[in-house]
Design a protein. Sequence first.
Length: 57
Amino acid sequence: MRIIIPDGYQDVVRKRRCDTELAGHEVVRYREPGVDLSAFASRLRDAEAIVPIRERA
């Protein structure tokens, strides 16, 4: 499964127990926000699951 984590600028998912739950999946983390809404949507286009961990996402 392709999982996208937008706005993970603090990279906290990698430091938490939940990272082990994601093992075996393709996980893409974006530390920087998209430059605009179109760029943000483009990042999410191929996701099978999205994990929004910030209010900006």
